[in-house]
Design a protein around this ligand. Sequence first.
Ligand SMILES: Cc1cc2nc3c(=O)[nH]c(=O)nc-3n(C[C@H](O)[C@H](O)[C@H](O)COP(=O)(O)OP(=O)(O)OC[C@H]3O[C@@H](n4cnc5c(N)ncnc54)[C@H](O)[C@@H]3O)c2cc1C
Length: 290
Amino acid sequence: MPPAHVEVHRPDSLSEALEIRAAHPDALPMAGGTDLMVELNFDRARPPAVLDVTRIPELREWAPENGRVRVGAGVTYTRIMAELGDRLPGLAVASRTVGSLQIRNRGTVGGNLATASPAGDGLPPLYTADAVVELASTRGTRSVPVAELITGPKRTALGTDELIVAFTLPAAAGPQEFAKVGTRNAMVISVCAVSLALWPEERRVASCIGSAGPTPIAASDADAFIAAELDWDGLAAPSDAALARFGALAGHAARPIDDVRGTADYRRHAVGVLARRTLTWAWGRMPAWS
Ligand SMILES: Cc1cc2nc3c(=O)[nH]c(=O)nc-3n(C[C@H](O)[C@H](O)[C@H](O)COP(=O)(O)OP(=O)(O)OC[C@H]3O[C@@H](n4cnc5c(N)ncnc54)[C@H](O)[C@@H]3O)c2cc1C
């Protein structure tokens, strides 16, 4: 029998929240509630208790830190768009595509990370910047690369007594782009997505595929190929053949399935198109970064 009522904990500090998390491992953390409330409404989850993390100051802050940007897990998409567009443009563009204004006002990247949906739009930009996620419990804190935190579709390495506190990533050093394909223009779950970041000082391209595999997938072979092709000194446009090969390698890296939103074949094709498109957009903006 599901519990007759749901107990709600509303801690005001991180230490208090971690104590509650340790004492009540079955209390589900709730940030914006835009994933969790859907689960409750559809009766897919009926936790005995909820741990509301929205009052914890550390989760709501962001700041530059040792050459990186540290973003609290509870910073909303709306704030990322408004406050971090210059430092984290890839994540800001992805944030703009999430849900509606109301969802962006409530939803957080911390929630996106913990849900670990293959279609989570906040995740690919974190992969292209090798973001590190900070987890805390009463046992201490640990830092986990985002690709190690997300272990499978809707699966993470988060312990039952841990909270996601923040993630850190380098500020953009070159153009960053994000594009997704959906069945309509807004309020849509990605059929597939591509996030791409250029790191000109290292002459490196980092792209990540979303919603076309069990987890976000770094398109490493495609990135290595195009990084060697690009004219980093003269900034000439890449050839059509190089772009086509880049798209094909990105499509090849995808591990899509057929589902209600699209077929595997379509996703593979669309990933190739998005990879070419995001690279073309980003490369076109390189002169502004030189
Ligand atoms: C109409 C609608 C449209 C949407 N559109 C999109 C979209 O376009 N793209 C997209 O990616 N997503 C979309 N979503 C899904 C959702 O908005 C995002 O996944 C969002 O990032 C979830 O964040 P949240 O703060 O609301 O998480 P919550 O719902 O509060 O929590 C989600 C999960 O994370 C856990 N959690 C939350 N915070 C923490 C923490 N600090 N530490 C540990 N665990 C934590 C919760 O226990 C829960 O399991 C949509 C949802 C709706 C309802």
